[in-house]
Ligand binder design. Structure first.
Ligand code: HEM
Ligand SMILES: *[C@@H]1O[C@H](CO)[C@@H](O)[C@H](O)[C@H]1NC(C)=O
Length: 347
């Protein structure tokens, strides 16, 4: 008798919680804890009935795009990060300037930097053709990021799906939530903490810099004026310093690019961490993972440098957590037809 009352009470509480979470979708500015149960209503089987071929379509467009330009894989992976850190993984990053929308594409960390939008358009068009009005732009970004990782030699992960697309973008929040490349380790930890992510997530996800490139402007301070002293960063290995200085002069050349992992710039592996141990990380935010005097963080860098399998294991967990940041689910948000604009509503 008592136990059935208890069970009834438990069901009541659970259903209240469920209703409350529908009424107040998990979609707040800035801070939001993630990676906790209950999961935010996403499922790897979300399109199993409505668009079983979704992943195949994404991967086939990706293969062509990567064959044309290898770096696009890195650019698409980065899109997921810049989407999820700004009001959650809701494809807000894809919206162009329009009535009422101030595009995140013009925020400082994105301007002249973030890329891959044409490929997302192409993937989305193929998805619309096969399964009209079914696969969201937010899920398209997530699928493109996973496909790009796998096609670059990185790990595969079970990808929870079912995110809806936002009807808003937030340029100010993009400026506030996306970490700058010259951040100290302390600040990097805070940027991740604000998203409900920890030190393991910071170190593992920074490993995304095993592919892709950065512009001189993103690391120039290290070459010429690291501590407002007109001197290079002492932690930057000398040979790499000379190479970088020859590509990135003191004035001009801001848009010249260098690989983030020059040992294997197109291969998703753990060379990124091995370079960091040698003082050959490209960005300040890369190198401080080793030199920032945090034993736990430095220990993780060493472990991943020594053990690619461990890196891949942690990476899969961390990118899943990042992909779960405040998604719009159920009746919140929409499935955009064109990822660059919110749907027009017929009055
Ligand atoms: C830890 C904090 C991070 C900082 C400060 C940071 C900063 C940067 C910067 C400055 C660039 C070069 C942009 C340019 O010069 O145009 C870059 C590139 C890149 N970032 Fe990060 N990033 C961070 C974390 C991440 C995360 C978590 C991911 C993915 C999960 C990621 C993926 C990438 C990729 C793949 C590229 C290369 C993009 C391309 O070649 O187009 N980054 N990042
Ligand atoms: C990082 O770069 C920005 C822009 O160049 C600059 O204003 C800021 O002072 C730098 N921060 C540090 C810690 O050097």
């Amino acid at each position: 008798m008592a136990s059935s009352k208890m069970a009834f009470a438990a069901i009541l509480i659970a259903s209240l919680f469920f209703t409350a979470s529908l009424a107040f979708p998990a979609h707040h500015e800035g801070a939001y804890p993630t990676g906790q149960s209950p999961k935010p209503g996403l499922s790897p089987d979300y399109y199993k009935v409505t668009c079983p071929q979704a992943d195949e379509i994404v991967v086939s467009v990706l293969k062509k795009a990567i064959a044309k330009e290898q770096r696009i894989a890195a650019s698409l992976l980065r899109l997921l990060f810049h989407d999820c850190f700004v009001q959650g993984c809701d494809a807000s990053v894809l919206l162009d300037d329009n009535d009422g929308v101030v595009s995140e594409k013009n925020a400082i960390p994105n301007k002249n930097s973030i890329r891959g939008f044409e490929v997302i358009d192409e993937i989305k068009a193929a998805l619309e053709e096969a399964c009209p009005h079914t696969v969201s732009c937010a899920d398209t970004i997530a699928l493109a990021a996973r496909g790009s990782t796998v096609l670059s030699g990185g790990p595969y992960w079970e990808l929870p799906l079912g995110r809806k697309d936002s009807k808003t973008a937030n340029m100010k929040l993009a400026n506030k939530n996306l970490p700058p490349p010259n951040a100290t380790l302390h600040r990097l930890i805070n940027f991740f903490q604000r998203q409900g992510l920890g030190k393991v997530d910071l170190v593992a996800l920074s490993g995304s810099h095993t592919i892709g490139a950065a512009r001189c402007v993103s690391f120039k301070q290290r070459l010429y004026n690291q501590h407002r002293d007109n001197k290079p960063d002492r932690t930057l290995e000398k040979t790499l310093y000379h190479t970088l200085a020859s590509v990135c002069p003191r004035t001009g050349g801001d848009n010249n690019i260098r690989p983030l992992d020059f040992a294997s710039p197109a291969k998703f592996d753990n060379a990124y961490y091995q370079l960091i141990l040698e003082g050959r990380g490209l960005l300040n935010s890369d190198q401080v993972l080793w030199t920032g005097s945090d034993p736990e963080v430095a220990g993780l860098v060493r472990s991943y440098a020594e053990n690619k399998h461990l890196f891949f294991q942690h990476y899969v967990d961390s990118i899943t957590r990042m992909g779960n940041i405040s998604p719009l689910t159920g009746y919140s948000g929409e499935i955009r037809k064109n990822c660059r604009v919110v749907n027009k509503h017929i009055q």
